[in-house]
Design a binder for this molecule. Structure first.
Ligand SMILES: O=C(O)CCC(=O)C(=O)O
Ligand SMILES: [Fe+2]
Length: 346
């Protein structure tokens, strides 16, 4: 199978060729320096277990969740069943993978036209400004969809830990779906039923190497996720993730031992627009490398995704069409620089 001919960011740096033009955003694409300071967003840490409790504290937690998801579309989640040591190990393994020699990582390189594997930003058009990011992208669930030849055997324990992380995340995903439904006074399973039993999980390990021009180079361009929602382990020390609200950028706070969850386009559709799929981006850092691990929760390919009946009312008419295989047309729109969710609007 043919391998992509483009260099990863790590290879660009190692080649000593300087910063290629293809990474530079000019003033026409960005109005102010990308590294301009921005305020911190004010999002709550939500206790996942409390979301499912019938107590008064449970109700308060649901109302916190409702408020955060209908304004920011983002929360930090605690009491998620993973120990500090377990999360630490994931960060460590991610760092170790990207620190492997190029030849070693190239064994897992993605093939042209395919998303899974190790590589750089996907190049979809000739005039695309490239993102300053290297990644290892793996489908982790269902197990029969795994392409194990992309699952690095070093560092030792990488495969086993990713499997364990996948299983632990599944519990979080189910609880979070139920919590969201309860927070909208819906039947606990209504989102889960639409998500389907054949739902998929894709995990993306991200490396943002130090960048000589953080004012002009971006780590990930502004986008909203095409998932139902996304579980993210952001770097524990290095900031970079920012969310857009009312036309302004805000940085995500770093809260140790929490998982950040952001709503994706498909929950925005299911909730008839009550829960927002936020536009976000990652900026680069001159001195420090940054890592993150994102898991996209994607409804089964045969599932019809549409606003839940109970959320369509006279005062809140139905906003979105029924969509299927949303992720496929997501990429078509993304490529054209448009927000894919616009295609789902009625
Ligand atoms: O690296 C991050 O913090 C976020 C990455 C992201 O937005 C994505 O992978 O969709
Ligand atoms: Fe994202």
């Amino acid at each position: 199978m043919e391998k992509p001919k483009f260099k990863t960011v790590q290879e660009v740096i190692a080649s000593g060729e300087g910063l290629p033009e293809r990474y530079l955003h000019t003033p026409t694409t960005e109005s102010q320096p990308l590294d301009a300071p921005v305020p911190e967003m004010d999002i709550p840490a939500i206790d996942l277990i409390l979301l499912l409790s019938p107590s008064e504290y449970g109700r308060q937690e649901l109302s916190k969740l409702h408020s955060a998801l209908s304004t920011w579309g983002v929360v930090q989640v605690m009491n998620h069943g993973m120990t500090e040591a377990f999360l630490e190990n994931i960060y460590e393994l991610t760092k170790q993978f990207f620190a492997l020699p190029t030849e070693e990582k190239q064994k897992y390189a993605r093939e042209i036209g395919s998303i899974q594997g190790y590589g750089n930003d996907m190049i979809l058009s000739d005039d695309q400004v490239l993102d300053w990011i290297d990644r290892l992208y793996l489908t982790t669930y269902p197990e029969d969809q795994r392409k194990l030849h992309f699952w690095s055997e070093i560092p030792a324990g990488f495969r086993e830990t990713l499997h364990e992380y996948t299983m632990k995340q599944q519990v979080v995903i189910e609880q979070f779906f139920k919590g969201m439904a309860r927070s909208l006074e819906l039947d606990e399973n209504c989102f889960l039923d639409m998500y389907g039993e054949n739902a998929m999980m894709d995990t993306r390990f991200n490396l943002y190497p130090p960048c000589p021009r953080p004012d002009k180079v971006i780590g990930v361009k502004p986008h909203a996720d095409g998932s139902a929602f996304t579980l993210l382990l952001p770097d524990k020390d290095v900031e970079g993730l920012q969310f857009l609200k009312d036309g302004k950028w805000y940085k995500a706070p770093i809260v140790p031992d929490t998982i950040l969850i952001n709503v994706g386009d498909q929950i925005e559709i299911m909730s008839n627009g009550i829960y927002k799929s936020p536009v976000h981006r990652v900026v680069t850092n001159r001195e420090k490398e940054r890592i993150s691990v994102a898991t996209f929760c994607v409804p089964g390919a045969d599932q019809e995704i549409q606003p839940v009946d109970a959320l369509v009312t006279e005062t809140r008419p139905r906003l979105y069409k029924t969509v299927k295989k949303y992720v496929e047309f997501y990429f078509e729109y993304y490529q054209q620089g448009r927000r894919p969710i616009e295609a789902a609007l009625i």
